[in-house]
Structures are given as structure tokens and as C-alpha cells.
Design a protein around this ligand. Structure first.
Ligand SMILES: [Zn+2]
Length: 264
């Protein structure tokens, strides 16, 4: 059976939970006194909605950091999902690709006893609601602010939980940053977003959407440093795409990028 269990759940602040999506990525659940918010909805390989309902029965908002399969794969389990307009198309396309995407990691599927035959069938006609820079969600004692941070995808957003001083940076800051895939913004635009994220994270605990989830502001600074070095190495965009990896030998941090999408 494709099933979550208690060991996948960790309370990272009062009424704020991290849910391990079978080691593919992380989903966060914030429970306020009036409403709850799910940051991303995982792979869609198991019944996330029922699992969330074992934690809270509050009205639930689902917000996507960005439109990749491992972050929005579960959207058909929910009536509505908030997505930035620049990621609507990507999200719509991604929802059909969750199996292909997960199928590239057979060892992870095996480790968690996940089978494509057991993907939950209950599906909604999910409505896409627009998410904007500057949106604020009041969940009751938990306020979440939205910041548009184009980079890893064009409609990527960072979410900040004000009371608990947590900032959720999705996949836009990473020890191995993926900027080589379709639908990214240019590296130059990403660099601006990373600098904005550094400012926004002052005094906040940084969480991204993979591995253990914890990052520090040092990771953001390191990402910025690598991005600046890449920009210095190139004068203009290549006409044809080629993929490159820039690796910092000392820290092991990487940025994977495409040479036709360096400058805006
Ligand atoms: Zn992603």
C-alpha cells in the first residue's frame, strides 16, 4: 500500500509540521486557529489529504511553491490550489507527469513499497487560484506572506510564516540548484530572487523542500556567490542550449544551468 505513517511527520514549530514525501521531497503543514495551510502537495503517490485530516480538521488551503511534479503531484486530491500565474501552465502539464517523474527513482519507490497501482483514485476538478507577490494569508495566529521569486521556475514563490519566524524557500535555494530544466527563469533573474530571499530570511529559520529541509543563510549566500561567478564567466546567452554544472570544490555546492538562459 502507498501509505504515510507517523514517522514521516515532524513538528518543527508549534502546530507546524514537516511531512516527508517518501524521500522525494517535503510538504509543510501550518495549522492556525481558523484555517490550515499545506505548502505543496507532494508526489500524489499516496493519500495526502486523508493523512492531513488525521492532524487537523480545519479548512485547508493548498499553496504551491512551484509547479514541479514532486510538489503538485497530489493536487487532484484537493478542490483548490493556489499557484503563481507564471507557473499555471507548468503545473497543469506537471500533473500528468507524476508517474514518469517518480519512475526515474525506482530505488525510492522500492524503499517505501510504493506501487503505481495503488495511487489514490479520488480526484477533484481542482480549481487553480492565482497567487501573487504580496499576498497575505491569515490562518488565525499564523500569518503567511507570499513573495514571488522567479528562478528554479518562473512562478516560484517563497512563503514566510511570520509568528514562528520560518521561511520556506521551496527549491529556489539548494546545495544542488537545478536551473537547467525547462520553464526556469534566467540565472540573472534567479540571482535577484536569491538576493531578495537572503534579505527576507534575516531573523528567520530557512527551510527548503528536499532532504532534511534545514538550510542556513550561509547556503543562500553561497548560492549567490556561485551565481555571480557564473554570470562573470559568460558575456551573453548562447543561441543553442547546452547544460553546465558549476561546482564549488570547497563546499561541494552546485548550480546546474543552461547556457541559453543566463541573462534575461
Ligand atoms: Zn522543483
Amino acid at each position: 500500500m502507498n501509505r504515510y505513517n507517523e514517522s514521516f511527520l515532524e513538528e518543527i514549530a508549534p502546530n507546524v509540521y514537516k511531512i516527508n514525501e517518501f524521500d522525494f521531497d517535503l510538504v509543510f503543514l501550518i495549522v492556525g486557529t481558523e484555517k490550515a495551510m499545506l505548502i505543496d502537495c507532494g508526489t500524489g503517490l499516496a493519500d495526502l489529504k486523508s493523512f492531513v485530516r488525521t492532524i487537523t480538521d480545519k479548512p485547508l488551503l493548498v499553496v504551491a511553491t512551484h509547479g514541479h511534479t514532486d510538489h503538485i503531484g497530489g493536487l487532484l486530491q484537493f478542490e483548490e490550489i493556489y499557484v503563481h500565474k507564471d507557473d499555471m501552465l507548468l503545473t497543469w502539464l506537471s500533473k500528468w507527469l507524476r508517474k514518469q517523474s517518480a519512475g526515474r527513482y525506482p530505488h525510492v519507490l522500492k524503499r517505501h513499497n510504493l506501487s503505481f497501482k495503488n495511487i489514490p483514485k479520488k480526484e477533484c476538478r481542482t480549481k487553480f487560484l492565482p497567487l501573487h507577490d504580496g499576498d497575505v494569508f491569515d490562518l488565525g495566529g499564523k500569518t503567511v506572506s507570499v513573495f514571488h521569486t522567479p528562478g528554479h521556475s518562473k512562478g516560484h514563490v517563497v512563503l514566510r510564516l511570520e509568528e514562528d519566524k520560518l521561511i520556506f524557500v521551496g527549491d529556489n535555494i539548494a546545495d544542488d540548484l537545478w536551473m537547467h530544466i525547462p520553464f526556469t527563469a534566467s540565472l540573472e533573474e534567479w540571482l535577484q530572487s536569491a538576493k531578495r530571499t537572503l534579505e527576507l530570511s534575516d531573523g528567520y529559520e530557512v527551510w527548503w523542500s528536499h532532504k532534511s529541509g534545514r538550510l542556513t543563510r550561509h547556503h543562500i549566500e553561497k548560492n549567490i556567490e556561485l551565481g555571480e561567478k557564473i554570470l562573470k564567466q559568460h558575456k551573453k546567452n548562447d543561441f543553442f542550449k547546452s547544460e553546465k554544472v558549476y561546482k564549488d570544490e570547497e563546499s561541494g555546492f552546485k548550480i546546474r544551468y543552461r547556457t541559453d538562459m543566463i541573462f534575461r
